[in-house]
Design a protein around this ligand. Structure first.
Ligand SMILES: NC(=O)c1ccc[n+]([C@@H]2O[C@H](COP(=O)([O-])OP(=O)(O)OC[C@H]3O[C@@H](n4cnc5c(N)ncnc54)[C@H](O)[C@@H]3O)[C@@H](O)[C@H]2O)c1
Length: 406
């Protein structure tokens, strides 16, 4: 069995799927990209893109013009099928693999001997094996005749086109032949090292990378709470502790956000609750940090009212989940802002996010104007614009949760 890969179907043309599709197309694989969103399909077929990612539009335009990339709402027969659909969580932080399952079901009738089936979506341990059973239950004549692997990536939004080619990857098949087949496939565009393992280890590796960041940030956030009580500057403390040659503490902030680090650790905790106590606790600590920040703003508000006999104007500086981006997914800054708004009925509040022009619900104010007008200024995200604001503001109450003034 086995044949040369010349055609690939990618299912899910989002932040990861579309760049991967475009890069494969550039490397002379005929790519059929599938998305359930008709608007996404139409946009790509015009040679345009629906997401913000540097350089991506050039790749897509060139591939569409050359005819190596075509988008569609339905898959077609190929040599490789790559699943890159969302894997959110549901209910009590349980992973939702229903998108992976429904994408897989659409390609089951198309599979033939020698094909390679790959999952790239962040998935709980055992997902690739589950999909293997799903496929073989429907197509028992293919048992042992197709290759299956789990192949996560670890790209940084904003630098995706470079990192897809240059980051090491971990590739895990359901058997050794599958791993080897996956390595051959990724070799078409990846110039970095490709590390072979099994599917379960590869699934856990992706989750581990994000859980590791989460746990380390939780340590920094826990220190920030201790230091607040102990009257110690946490930024100075961490800087000094890091002078130790074998200590490397991360920076605290308003919590942890985004759709990876704030989500993926739950995939471990949900399946192994008794064993993953530290990982679960880190999630709790990082979520609690955002709650704590909102409480601190409330405390300052009450203090101000007692001292000045009027309500203060509060500026919430930043809504994004990290500095200098416009992404608000799972953002602790947004959570804090909304919590403060609820307790104030939205009065006397200025909301700032310099990376966004307008928001459908929240009324945004220019950061300089907000700084001038507010009595209480809560820095929630260390955006570069905030570093240019005056620092000699003795008449203002400054709450620096993100170290923008450290
Ligand atoms: N964005 C990142 O930085 C990043 C990093 C690592 C891992 N991941 C993982 O990669 C996966 C995809 O993430 P993303 O950011 O590209 O998501 P995304 O939301 O940008 O894109 C997913 C796309 O899949 C489409 N889709 C959903 N169900 C479908 C189906 N059944 N058939 C066809 N298309 C379908 C959606 O319309 C959407 O366009 C997730 O599991 C995510 O956790 C993302």
């Amino acid at each position: 069995m086995g044949h040369k890969i010349s055609k690939a179907t990618l299912i899910g043309l989002g932040y990861i799927g579309l760049p991967t599709a475009a890069l494969l197309a550039k490397n002379n694989i005929k790519v059929h990209g599938v998305d359930i969103n008709q608007n996404v399909v139409d946009t790509i077929n015009r040679g345009e893109i629906h997401i913000v990612e540097p350089e991506l539009s050039d790749y897509v335009l060139e591939a569409v013009k050359k005819g190596t990339l075509k988008a569609d709402t339905k898959p077609i027969q190929s040599d490789v099928y790559v699943i890159v659909v969302p894997t959110p969580f549901k209910g009590e932080h349980e992973p939702d693999i229903s998108y992976v399952e429904s994408a897989t079901k659409t390609i089951i009738p198309l599979l033939k001997e020698g094909d390679l089936y790959i999952i790239e979506s962040t998935s709980p341990i055992g997902t690739t094996e589950k999909m293997q059973s799903l496929i073989y239950d429907a197509r028992p004549e293919l048992v042992g005749k197709i290759y299956m692997a789990y192949c996560p990536e670890r790209v940084l939004p904003g630098n995706v086109m470079y990192e897809l080619e240059h980051n090491d990857r971990v590739l895990g098949g359901v058997d050794e032949q599958s791993t080897q087949k996956a390595i051959d496939f990724y070799r078409t565009f990846c110039k970095a090292e490709l590390h072979a393992t099994n599917a379960r280890t590869a699934e856990m590796c992706k989750l581990t990378e994000n859980a590791s960041r989460d746990v380390q940030i939780a340590f920094a956030n826990e220190l920030s709470l201790i230091c607040d009580k102990a009257d110690i500057n946490v930024w100075e403390l961490i800087n000094l502790a890091n002078k130790h040659p074998r200590v490397n503490i991360l920076q605290p902030g308003a919590g942890v956000g985004g759709h990876c680090i704030a989500v993926d650790p739950w995939f471990i905790v949900s399946d192994y609750p008794m064993e993953s106590r530290l990982i679960g606790k880190a999630r709790e600590i990082n979520n609690h940090k955002a709650f704590w920040c909102a409480e601190r703003i409330e405390q300052e508000k009450v203090k101000f009212e007692l001292e000045h006999n009027r309500k203060p104007i509060i500026a919430c500086m930043g809504l994004a989940f990290k500095p200098d981006i416009d992404d608000l997914r799972e953002s602790p800054a947004k959570y804090i802002t909304q919590k403060v708004m609820q307790s104030n009925n939205g009065d006397n509040m200025l909301i700032v996010e310099p990376n966004i022009d307008e928001h459908p619900v929240l009324k945004l104010t220019d950061y300089k104007q907000a700084y001038e007008q507010a009595d209480i200024i809560a820095f929630l995200v260390a955006h570069k614009e905030f570093k240019t604001l005056p620092t000699n503001s003795r008449d203002k109450i400054i709450l620096d949760f993100c170290g923008v003034r450290k």
